[in-house]
Design a protein. Structure first.
Length: 306
């Protein structure tokens, strides 16, 4: 069984104002062919075009918090989806005030969308299940920022066990037996033969997780929510030389992001949300690697397999 798709596209990697080569925060995650947009900084729709992403395939939009560099692209994106004839419902997950803002915007511009929006409000209390279907689960968890802010955890569901086709025929297993075996149970076949699960099945590929830590002060409380993630994105707005400014503005440094990755025992770390004051972002990588080796920098257009 080949693994199902689980891939991240970085659409924006800078903090605050966009520059000519780095747009503000946005990522597109394809998890089991569910397209999730994570944050939506200004001009995210242009980035989607530029990197040839499936624009109308996006059914879920997750907004971490209401600082402009994380959602100013949303009105334009929603309008374009309307103009391009979208019909299917769009699910938006974010703070309640986001809906208020969008409602006012549509009211004053007398806009009536062709499609409906299903809102799911986030809150900063603990871990919350936002979305679930037969293949994936998405949770929010609290981050510590100047305003309400949540991270997001995207999880594959456990895949069924793989059954050896040759043994399946040899033991004359019925569909009901197969269903039980896929769930890890033992069965008795039509001949009354007891078949242990381990004799005829193989482990499925491991279910993978992606954790997104948007704007946050260095906070070890987050470790519990993102423990053992396959890939962690963690903001690193500053280098350690500006750790006081990081604390004051409720942001993190590259060293702090790496410390979180190490404590959470994740496999891989992506750094992003770099302050425009730094011209050479390579320094973020070298600073983080002194603490956590398996890391890379988010750059616009980069694709990362989970
Ligand atoms: Zn912010």
């Amino acid at each position: 069984m080949s693994k199902q798709s689980f891939e991240l596209l970085i659409l924006g990697s800078t903090a605050a104002s966009p520059s000519s080569d780095r747009n503000s925060s946005a990522q597109l995650l394809n998890i089991a062919e569910r397209y999730c947009l994570i944050d939506c900084g200004e001009a995210t729709q242009i980035q989607l075009r530029k990197f040839k992403a499936k624009f109308q395939a996006i059914d879920h939009v997750f907004i971490s918090h209401l600082h402009g560099d994380h959602f100013f692209g949303l009105p334009g994106l929603l309008s374009s989806m309307h103009l391009l004839g979208r019909k299917q419902t769009l699910y938006i997950y974010g703070p309640e005030n986001l809906k208020k803002m969008m409602d006012l915007l549509f009211e004053v511009s007398e806009t009536q969308l062709n499609y409906s929006i299903q809102w799911v409000f986030t809150n900063a209390k603990g871990k919350n299940l936002l979305f679930e279907d037969e293949k994936i689960e998405v949770y929010s968890f609290p981050l510590k920022h100047r305003i309400q802010c949540t991270g997001f955890l995207f999880k594959e569901k456990n895949l069924p066990r793989k059954i050896d086709k040759f043994l399946m025929e040899k033991h004359k297993l019925s569909q009901a037996d197969i269903n039980l075996l896929k769930n890890g149970e033992d069965v008795m076949n039509a001949d009354g033969l007891f078949i242990k699960n381990a004799e005829v099945t193989l482990d499925p590929p491991k279910a993978r997780t992606y954790a997104y830590c948007s704007d946050t002060i260095f906070d070890l409380n987050v470790v519990d929510y993102i423990k053992n993630a396959d890939v962690l994105y963690h903001e690193s707005t500053f280098l350690n030389d500006m750790h006081e400014r990081a604390t004051k503005t409720f942001h993190s440094t590259a060293q702090q992001a790496a410390t979180i990755a190490k404590a959470a025992e994740v496999n891989h770390l992506i750094l992003g949300h770099f302050s425009a004051r730094y011209r050479k972002i390579e320094e973020f990588l070298s600073e983080a690697k002194t603490i956590f080796e398996a890391c890379e920098l988010a750059t616009d257009g980069k694709k990362i397999k989970i």
